[in-house]
Design a protein. Structure first.
Lengths: 695, 106
């Protein structure tokens, strides 16, 4: 069996987690707690192995021949237009396969520990597997419609998993918000597909590059921007970013897998697939580049004052995604993909670490009442420190190489505006991540009973049972189940900006390290964020990822940066990172004097109020939709829908009813009348034949 | 007027066929007894058969006669079914006329 034969079976990879999901949905309860998780994890492991096989099969082919499309069957035949179900094996899809299955595998493993004791344990893994299957369908697809199938699939799983603890009102609402906001983006995706069908009559990716050259720049701009609207929804770019922070209501592994590492990068994947249009349309590129840059900057300013560890990470994700779109806008597709990979490593690590912290201190997410946790969660602290250095852009960790490649591309491309914005965002990144790490793991201990907890020497971490001398805290995922409905933390674990700190839920216990099962994925991801830069070093022939991906973006007008440009852009961004870290260290080195006083927030008033509230965009949209939006919709419902739409439908029905009643008189049941009708008809036909047709 | 002059041409047959057909058609339209209406339909069929045979003879073409066989076969089948229906109706109601059968009125 040679390499191209193997690549024909790429479709098996998404089917593995799909099978897992089906089994778990049908028989999850019977399979029971630990085994359901292991089944799902096993499916992911197999899918990961399959992706590795695909990678090696692809590598064994010559660089120009690394494109294998396999049409499995015709999905929707419609006259001359038809859409198939097929797989496309090329460096881009295989990169994403490895990312989704690799990070997915780690997070499945982590979830076995994190979801321990949850009454819906097996259903969680069914959804997680279903998500993986949808995401894999999205990336192996050989046409836009099949990608859209996966796109909607991941949207559905995102909804199901955000609202996983559906009894909590906030979680249910956050799921709905994510789903509806994504629908707005999907309208753009759909319109783009209609436009592509109308222009070329095909949705296949392989047909796009040659076809993009013959269409007008206007059409290309329209297609690219409509696809970007879809990407904005899925990848949480301005102005459709507002669902991602609410999505933090879901279990933390979900935040790590779906809302940081994989699903939100689907927009980047889509834009990479649509690169031929961007190459034709300069205008669309400029718009995308600025959307990315502004998102990166604004989300960064919001992240620096958030009290909630997960919300801070969510804004950080939005900001980092902005970098990816910035890269796409300046034509640095390979840089964007590199960023996706590195971001998956360090942000996955950070989210899983945050999950470990939340798990270990009684479901508290408020960084203001944490502090000095490195004593209690040494492994988590160590891993998150590495991820922090990576995301802050300190060489030689992964984030430095990824972010700086993007900034170099922007600089070399001559887009100095976005380059400055991107560099400024790099400063903010360093600030908010340093703040997060120091508030959580260093400085003074601000949780209740801190003195007593610190007095007892920590004997061992890494066990959910904890040492017998000091009992450990358990969250709702712990042994006390899911029954604490009156508990304020049960209802609102998320802490929004401006909310005063609430008492913790440690109940005299002390924070504890997570079980080994959860620590392994965190450490692996930390390791990857340390060495991820090796994938694509900007020296000579060491840019493996760049070389691997280059054939995919054939004809892309990339700019080769000179050494001077590289040094300028990278030097400045490292400087910014160092300044950012220093500022945050200066402010937060000793932690907070008291939990309700955040020096950065206090000193930057009233700016911090503005940024902390995310520029009131979310509140504004809520107010608009709840006020004029709802009134407008109910007016449309009352007047337009009831009178015009229903009127047209009912009017047609009324007309046909009347006509039918009139016509039914003819059928009076008297046979002789019918016979007369037949006779008259015959006479009429005969007369016609004799008088007219016979001539 | 001699007997030889009275040659029976096909027009005679056609006129007879037209008369029989008209009798049948009027019968179907005016009579209410289902059995009689049925017999009138048979009259119309046979009128048509007669004209077919007349044309076959006049044009010296056997096709017309072949069609008559078809019509006879179909008529026989129709009689079987039709009589069965009529018997069913008569079993149900004693003095059923066609006008009483209004169940399918629109």
């Amino acid at each position: 069996m040679n390499a191209s034969d193997i690549l024909d079976y790429l479709g098996i990879i998404p089917l593995l987690p799909l099978a897992g999901a089906v089994i778990l949905l049908l028989a999850g309860r019977r399979i029971g707690e630990p085994r359901a998780g292991w089944l799902a994890t096993g499916m992911m492991a197999l899918a990961f192995l399959g992706s590795l096989v695909a990678l090696f099969a692809l590598l064994s082919l010559p660089a120009e021949g690394r494109l294998q499309v396999n049409q499995v069957f015709t999905w929707l035949p419609a006259g001359t237009f038809s859409v198939g179900m097929g797989t496309q094996a090329d460096p881009l899809s295989v990169t994403w396969l490895l990312l989704v299955t690799g990070v997915g595998l780690l997070i499945h493993l982590y979830s076995i520990g994190y979801m321990h004791g949850d009454p819906l344990f097996s259903r969680f893994f069914a959804y997680l597997n279903l998500f993986a299957a949808s995401m894999l369908i999205l990336v192996v697809a050989d046409n836009l419609l099949m990608t859209f199938l996966g796109w909607e699939g991941v949207g559905l799983c995102s909804y199901l998993l955000i609202s996983f603890w559906y009894r909590r009102n906030d979680a249910a609402n956050a799921g709905k918000k994510a789903f509806v906001t994504n629908r707005v983006g999907d309208v753009g995706f759909l319109l783009a597909m209609f436009l592509i069908i109308a222009t070329y009559g095909t949705l296949e990716y392989t047909a796009m590059a040659p076809a993009a050259e013959i269409i007008s720049a206007g059409t290309a701009t329209a297609i690219a921007l409509l696809l970007m609207v879809g990407a904005m929804g899925k990848s949480a770019q301005l102005p459709l970013h507002l669902w991602l922070t609410d999505a933090m209501e879901g279990p933390t592994p979900v935040s790590a897998l779906i809302h940081a590492a994989t699903m939100v990068t689907a927009g980047v994947f889509l834009m990479c697939r649509a690169y031929p249009f961007l190459e034709v349309s300069h205008d669309a590129s400029v718009v995308i580049m600025w959307i990315g840059a502004i998102t990166a900057l604004l989300a960064g300013t919001v992240a620096i004052v958030q009290p909630d560890i997960k919300r801070a990470l969510a804004y950080s994700t939005i900001s980092q995604l902005g970098y990816m779109f910035l890269a796409i806008g300046v034509g640095g597709y390979e840089a964007a993909v590199f960023m996706v990979l590195c971001h998956a490593f360090y942000k996955g690590c950070l989210f899983l670490g945050a999950g470990s912290v939340i798990h270990g201190n009684g479901d508290n997410q408020d960084m203001r009442i944490m502090g000095r946790y490195r004593k209690f969660l040494p492994v988590t602290a160590f891993a998150m420190v590495i991820a922090w250095l990576a995301i802050a852009g300190i060489p030689p960790f992964a984030g430095f190489w990824a972010k700086d490649e993007i900034l170099v591309e922007a600089y070399a491309h001559g887009d100095y505006g976005v380059w400055i914005v991107g560099t400024a965002a790099a400063l903010l990144t360093a600030v908010y991540m340093t703040r997060l790490i120091f508030l959580t793991f260093f400085g003074n201990a601000r949780f209740e009973g801190a003195d007593a907890a610190l007095a007892v020497p920590v004997v061992s971490g890494g066990s959910d049972e904890g040492d017998p001398a000091v009992a450990t805290a358990h969250g709702p995922h712990g042994s006390d189940g899911h029954d604490g409905d009156e508990d304020p933390f049960e209802d609102h674990p998320t802490v929004v900006f401006g909310e005063p700190p609430r008492p913790g839920r440690l109940h005299g216990h002390r924070p504890h390290e997570s079980p080994v099962l959860m620590l392994v994925p965190i450490v692996v991801l930390a390791g990857l964020s340390a060495v991820g830069g090796l994938l694509n070093l900007p020296f000579g022939k060491l840019d493996f990822l760049h070389q691997f991906l280059e054939p995919v973006f054939e004809g892309a007008k990339g700019v080769k940066a000179t050494t001077a440009q590289k040094l300028t852009a990278e030097g400045l961004s490292v400087l910014m990172a160092l300044i950012g870290v220093s500022i945050a260290l200066l402010v937060y080195r000793r932690g907070l004097r008291s939990p309700d006083r955040d020096p950065l927030v206090d000193r930057l008033r009233p700016v911090s109020t503005l940024t902390g509230s995310a520029y009131y965009w979310d509140a504004g949209v809520t107010r608009f939709v709840g006020g004029p939006g709802e009134r407008g919709a109910s007016w449309l419902n009352r007047v337009f829908d009831a009178r015009i739409v229903d009127g047209a439908v009912n009017g047609t029905a009324w007309l046909f009813q009347r006509a039918g009643r009139a016509a039914s008189r003819v059928q009076d049941g008297y046979v002789r009348r019918y016979a007369l009708g037949i006779l008259l008809g015959t006479v009429a036909v005969v007369c016609f034949v004799l008088l007219w047709a016979g001539r | 007027m001699t007997l030889a002059a009275l040659e029976i041409t096909s027009s005679y047959y056609l006129v007879l066929a037209a008369m029989v057909f008209t009798i049948g058609a009027v019968g179907v339209l005016t009579r209410r007894n289902v059995l009689v209406m049925f017999m009138c339909v048979e009259l119309m069929l046979n009128a048509v058969n007669l004209s077919f045979v007349a044309f076959a003879r006049a044009l010296d073409d056997v096709t017309g006669q072949v069609i008559v066989f078809f019509v006879l076969v179909v008529a026989a089948a129709e009689v079987a079914v039709g009589l069965a229906i009529i018997v069913a109706i008569f079993r149900r109601r004693r003095h059923a006329t066609a006008d009483d059968l209004l169940a399918l009125r629109g």
